[in-house]
Design a protein around this ligand. Structure first.
Ligand SMILES: CC(C)(COP(=O)(O)OP(=O)(O)OC[C@H]1O[C@@H](n2cnc3c(N)ncnc32)[C@H](O)[C@@H]1OP(=O)(O)O)[C@@H](O)C(=O)NCCC(=O)NCCS
Length: 168
């Protein structure tokens, strides 16, 4: 797979990516950092700024477009400088795969790549948040060595959140 930051001329492939979710009745785009409700140019600038100088709250982070054979497969958010309080809320890594490309091993490959990036950046552990009923994501996290460390329903009414730690 190829991983890279978004550029100005990726607008149409990202619109298509979002539309595919909507066509499948999915109205939240994981790891998109607000893309559907942002002005595209502002969003690209924000992502590029996050990668270079970082954000006041999040520190430096990467949002990668993940391609296979030139097709945009998924989005991968690697928040490798997140302060502890935010890590405990949103986790260090987020990802999503377009509906037509699921169950082909892509998220597992993307998470493994994110772990290698975090290790390279000097982290020795990451924390991942996931809803308990998101069986596909729980499977991906466990396949990458995730160990359940916490379970709660504090942050989202009714849905149980789980937190998994992965040692690097
Ligand atoms: C979660 C998500 C990223 C998984 O992506 P993916 O590319 O399909 O994941 P993979 O193919 O690498 O692995 C999925 C695994 O879950 C398993 N799986 C899929 N649906 C499942 C279900 N309903 N119950 C149990 N296991 C399930 C698959 O069999 C596969 O495991 P296997 O390789 O051992 O067979 C994708 O479903 C998605 O984008 N969902 C919406 C966004 C999201 O939930 N992001 C994660 C937030 S924590």
């Amino acid at each position: 797979m190829l991983y890279r930051l978004p550029e100005m001329n990726d607008k149409s492939i990202l619109q298509e990516y979002i539309q595919e979710h909507y066509d499948n009745n999915e109205f939240g785009i994981s790891a998109s950092l607000g893309l559907p409700v942002s002005e595209y140019a502002d969003w690209v600038e924000k992502i590029q700024r996050n990668a270079s100088v970082g954000d006041e709250e999040w520190g430096k982070s990467l949002l990668y477009l993940c391609f296979d054979d030139d097709k945009l497969i998924g989005l991968l958010s690697i928040r490798y400088e997140l302060p502890e309080n935010l890590t405990e809320e949103i986790g260090d890594i987020g990802y999503g795969v377009r509906p037509s490309e699921r169950n082909k091993g892509y998220a597992t490959a993307m998470l493994r790549y994110a772990l290698s990036v975090c290790k390279e950046k000097g982290k020795d552990k990451v924390l991942l948040g996931c809803y308990k009923d998101n069986s596909a994501s729980v499977t991906v996290i466990k396949k990458c060595g995730g160990v359940l460390v916490e379970e709660n329903s504090n942050y989202n009414e009714g849905r149980i959140s789980q937190y998994y730690a992965i040692k690097l």
